[in-house]
Design a protein around this ligand. Structure first.
Ligand SMILES: Cc1cc2nc3c(=O)[nH]c(=O)nc-3n(C[C@H](O)[C@H](O)[C@H](O)COP(=O)(O)OP(=O)(O)OC[C@H]3O[C@@H](n4cnc5c(N)ncnc54)[C@H](O)[C@@H]3O)c2cc1C
Length: 219
């Protein structure tokens, strides 16, 4: 399915939000992703997974995409696209699904499945009681910080490992951090981010008696 880019907004120094056309009858569940390719010669076969950050009932689709400029990959190209350029989408698939109130732990662009899930919980009045722990390197990497603060209040915890700043915790999501900020390890845990972070967080969660849903975003 070819879809046109309708709007592009810069969210951080390396993350953009893309609003695109929604094909007729297209549907997905919050937390799901699809394979995306760029409709330009030489790029049409290079599919990469990205998560929908809009709500299924909206009349457009939206993605939040972090670009890696260290090599000539798809995300580097996506960063150069303009309104009117086209993407090629597949059907929606898998990824993370909401299974009840819990603790969401994200690293960097790993927060994207949680955006659509939180939007949908906010719409249905079920957001209260969910917590987001969002890990990044520096404050300028934090995607949609003010929106998360607004909708989650004290249940939004930002942790930075390369900066010690007011309003953010400093360090990594280690066992001590989890013990200090989570009071119930029998609730749902949702973890999404780069592989080393997921491995470390899951090991800590297991040791604390929790069982997590996870997605690995980057190796
Ligand atoms: C289910 C799922 C959903 C996802 N949803 C999102 C989303 O909503 N938003 C988002 O931003 N990301 C998302 N991702 C991650 C996204 O798919 C990757 O960032 C993307 O595939 C990278 O594509 P690329 O072509 O730019 O890099 P690739 O070429 O595919 O490279 C992937 C990784 O390897 C490294 N790498 C590879 N080759 C080189 C090289 N030659 N030199 C240096 N480094 C190299 C890159 O740094 C990068 O981290 C998701 C991933 C999954 C699995």
């Amino acid at each position: 399915m070819n879809v046109e880019i309708l709007k592009i907004e810069k969210l951080t120094h390396d993350v953009k939000q893309l609003k695109v056309e929604k094909p007729k009858g297209f549907t997905f569940v919050p937390g799901q992703a699809t394979e995306v390719a760029i409709k330009k010669q030489g790029w049409e076969e290079k599919k990469r997974p990205f998560t929908f950050t809009s709500l299924p009932e909206e009349d457009y689709l939206q993605f939040v995409i972090k670009s890696y400029h260290d090599h000539d990959g798809v995300t580097d190209r996506i960063d150069r696209l303009k309104i009117g350029d086209q993407l090629i989408l597949d059907d929606a698939w898998g990824a993370i699904q909401y299974k009840g109130k819990g603790v969401f732990i994200a690293g960097g662009a790993g927060v994207t499945p949680f955006i659509s899930i939180f939007k949908s919980l906010k719409e249905s009045g079920e957001l209260a009681g969910n917590k987001l722990i969002f890990a990044n390197k520096t404050a300028e990497d934090v995607i949609l910080e003010s929106w998360f603060r607004e909708i989650l209040g004290d249940d939004f915890l930002s942790i930075l490992d390369k900066e010690d700043l007011e309003g953010h915790f400093h360090g990594r999501v280690d066992k001590e951090f989890l013990e200090n900020h989570v009071d119930d390890f029998s609730q749902q845990f949702y973890v999404c981010g780069p592989e080393p972070m997921i491995k470390a967080v899951n090991q800590n969660l297991e040791e604390l008696g929790a069982d997590a849903e996870e997605i690995v975003f980057e190796k």
